[in-house]
Design a protein around this ligand. Structure first.
Ligand SMILES: NC(=O)c1ccc[n+]([C@@H]2O[C@H](COP(=O)([O-])OP(=O)(O)OC[C@H]3O[C@@H](n4cnc5c(N)ncnc54)[C@H](O)[C@@H]3O)[C@@H](O)[C@H]2O)c1
Length: 244
């Protein structure tokens, strides 16, 4: 895979899967716009990734206005856009009865609205450049996980958003989603060995993925060589959804 000359915006790339995806694109010659809620986090990530192929596109992707501003900053900094990775996401768990409207709006805002409106803002550039969108969905968008109804609701929406956008944007723009299982990032929520062992048992591979393994899958879906692949959901979950 080569991304030489390609311009990529990755939402939520200040840590975890997004940062790993940024590394994977940079290694293959892309220029990358880094996004996170705060300018400070974005600057620190850019300093860590280092190089001339990075631009800053900070902003909270939970509102349509901010999504457009983030995409506009990426386009201005990169001189255009070929690939959008809708990766920013937040997680909370608990019984349905305990979910407040505020929590609902926050999670759906980042996890669903952010994907929709970043895509909307990027469409003119992506159509003109025959580009691609990759969504970071989740195995939680393919099945119902215990105590995670709100997260599953959002990721299920991202899964079907992927299919519908693939339909509407073809043949100019390919739209695909990666559906990770448990990944070793801050989102996983703790490093207690007993908890991690329990999470690892969900997959036949009996381990938790590294963020870099999901970053590679994101590159694969974005690769212009995959020119007939659109509307696809790529499970990178160690077999968890295939082998219950
Ligand atoms: N870690 C897992 O086990 C796992 C599994 C399946 C799917 N995912 C999905 O992968 C994606 C990345 O998660 P991660 O595991 O790297 O988590 P993480 O918490 O390590 O990183 C999340 C990233 O999103 C950014 N972000 C959060 N809210 C934002 C907002 N309002 N605006 C802009 N950026 C915001 C954060 O700054 C950070 O860069 C998410 O969509 C998540 O739902 C994670």
């Amino acid at each position: 895979m080569s991304f030489k000359g390609k311009r990529v915006l990755i939402t939520g790339s200040t840590r975890g899967i997004g940062k790993a995806a940024a590394r994977a694109f940079l290694e293959r010659g892309a220029r990358v716009a880094v996004n996170g809620r705060g300018a400070g986090d974005v600057a620190a990530t850019m300093a860590e990734l280092a190089g001339d192929d990075l631009v800053a596109a900070p902003g909270d992707v939970a509102t349509a206005e901010a999504c457009h501003a983030v995409v506009d900053a990426a386009i201005a900094g990169l001189g255009g856009l070929d690939i959008l990775v809708n990766n920013a996401g937040v997680y909370d768990s608990g019984p349905i009865e305990g979910v407040s409207e505020e929590t609902y709006d926050w999670m759906m805002g980042v996890n669903v609205k952010g994907c929709f409106f970043c895509a909307q803002a990027a469409i003119p550039q992506l159509r003109a450049n025959k580009g691609a969108i990759v969504m970071t969905a989740s195995e939680s968008g393919l099945s119902g996980n215990r105590n995670s109804a709100l997260y599953c609701t959002g990721k299920g929406a991202v899964v079907n958003m992927t299919r519908a956008m693939a339909h509407d944007l073809a043949p100019d723009v390919r739209v695909n989603a990666v559906c990770p299982g448990a990944v070793m990032t801050d989102m996983l929520g703790g490093d207690d060995p007993e908890y991690l062992a329990e999470v690892a048992r969900f997959s036949p591979m009996r381990r938790i993925a590294e963020a870099s393994e999901i970053g590679e899958a994101i590159c694969f879906l974005a690769d212009p060589g995959q020119r007939f692949m659109t509307g696809a959901l790529l499970q990178v979950d160690g077999g968890a959804t295939a082998c219950r």
